[in-house]
Design a protein around this ligand. Structure first.
Ligand SMILES: Cc1ncc(COP(=O)(O)O)c(C=O)c1O
Length: 350
């Protein structure tokens, strides 16, 4: 038998949100809207040159992002989705035996990416109300800690981290430990008290921010995300990046999406309003749900999780169930949300 890294064979597989023919898919935090025509057109044009490699340095896209975010192009690193960029950040910072701290439950790729890098995942439980326990995360930092992931808002619970909380945390974290603020859902975050990753990047040398085109911009299928990091870190991200990982289709679609931001923001506003409607209707039906700052809501179903999930599936609603923690339901189009609400009303919230 060929030798394989034992640590890799023990890794849990990333579980993709299920899709079932004919069912309403609310399992992957995808944008329910079809691509904008202006973006689809650019992608169609790129098909004509798909025999060519993309620009590996993604110069044009990085320059548009840098201008949009008010940072330098040298401070932007791209990848095939922000999940690849998260992997780059981890690989560039932590190796064999180094530790990476993150909250749990959070984005399920974190422990997998950490172990692929040969590093040790340090998962710090969320508070009783499903928020990051930042004091406990600061206390979990050791000599071996190289990187800390702060998911704001948190996937799957939807809870945010405030400016005051993150400032206090940054004061407790050593300056040589990189703190990555994962803002995959930043466009849906309407809490004025919430920490703003870019503001923290400007104020702290050891902060990097992770953004994606998958959620608000609706490009999940094309795979493009980026980090805003100090030049030295961003350079290292480019070193560990998968060469040519971001296709020309993805690069051009991202540029076109930034040009169409106003139109896309209108969709975001609708989704944020739908989120409020979902939360209100869930509460009216007796569900104890907390506010969410992402494009999803979190049902704390605990040990009833498999049963509630099965009851939703029986009514053609596919959400994302997490063991015996809870069920994450993506905010869909108004019609998709109506279907979900009709199904959940048949289920006992107790
Ligand atoms: C918190 C968080 N970060 C990163 C990602 C990765 O998204 P993508 O690789 O599509 O950019 C996700 C996707 O669900 C997420 O929930």
């Amino acid at each position: 038998m060929v030798k394989q890294r034992e640590s890799i064979e023990r890794l849990p597989a990333y579980v993709q949100g299920k899709s079932i023919a004919g069912a309403v898919k609310l399992s992957s935090n995808e944008n329910p809207y079809p691509p904008l025509e202006s973006v689809a057109r650019v992608v169609r044009d790129q098909v004509e040159t798909m025999q060519l490699y993309p620009d590996m340095s993604a110069q044009a896209l990085r320059s548009v992002i840098a201008e949009r975010q008010g940072v330098r192009i040298e401070e932007i690193a791209v990848g095939a989705g922000s999940v690849e960029v998260a992997g780059q950040l981890i690989s560039a910072s932590a190796g064999d035996g180094d530790e990476v701290v993150f909250a749990w439950r959070s984005f399920e790729a974190y422990p997998i990416l950490v172990q692929i890098a040969g590093a040790v995942p340090v998962a710090v439980p969320l508070t009783a109300d499903d928020r990051h326990d930042l004091p406990a995360m600061a206390a979990a930092v050791t000599e071996r800690t190289r990187l800390i992931l702060v998911c704001n808002p948190n996937n799957p619970t939807g809870a945010g981290v405030t400016t005051a909380e993150l400032d206090e945390f940054m004061r407790a974290v050593p300056e040589d430990v990189l703190v990555v603020v994962d803002e995959a859902y930043v466009h849906f975050n309407d809490d004025p008290e919430s920490a703003d990753g870019l503001d923290f990047f400007r104020r702290y040398e050891n902060v990097a921010v992770l953004h994606t085109f998958s959620k608000a911009y609706g490009l999940a299928g094309l795979r493009v995300g980026y980090a805003i990091a100090r030049e030295r870190v961003a350079e290292n991200l480019r070193r560990v990046a998968l060469p040519f990982g971001v296709t020309a289709l993805a690069q051009h679609a991202a540029i076109a999406s930034l040009a169409a931001e106003e139109e896309l923001n209108e969709r975001v506003r609708i989704l944020v309003a739908e989120r409020a409607r979902l939360l209100g209707e869930l509460r009216a039906a007796g569900w104890n749900v907390q506010d969410s700052l992402g494009n999803f809501v979190w049902l704390r179903t605990a040990e009833r999780t498999p049963d509630v999930d099965a009851a939703l599936r029986a009514q053609a609603i596919v959400a994302r169930a997490y063991a015996t923690d809870g069920i994450r339901v993506t905010v869909g189009s108004p019609a998709m949300n109506d279907s979900f609400l009709a199904a959940i009303r048949t289920i006992d919230p107790a």
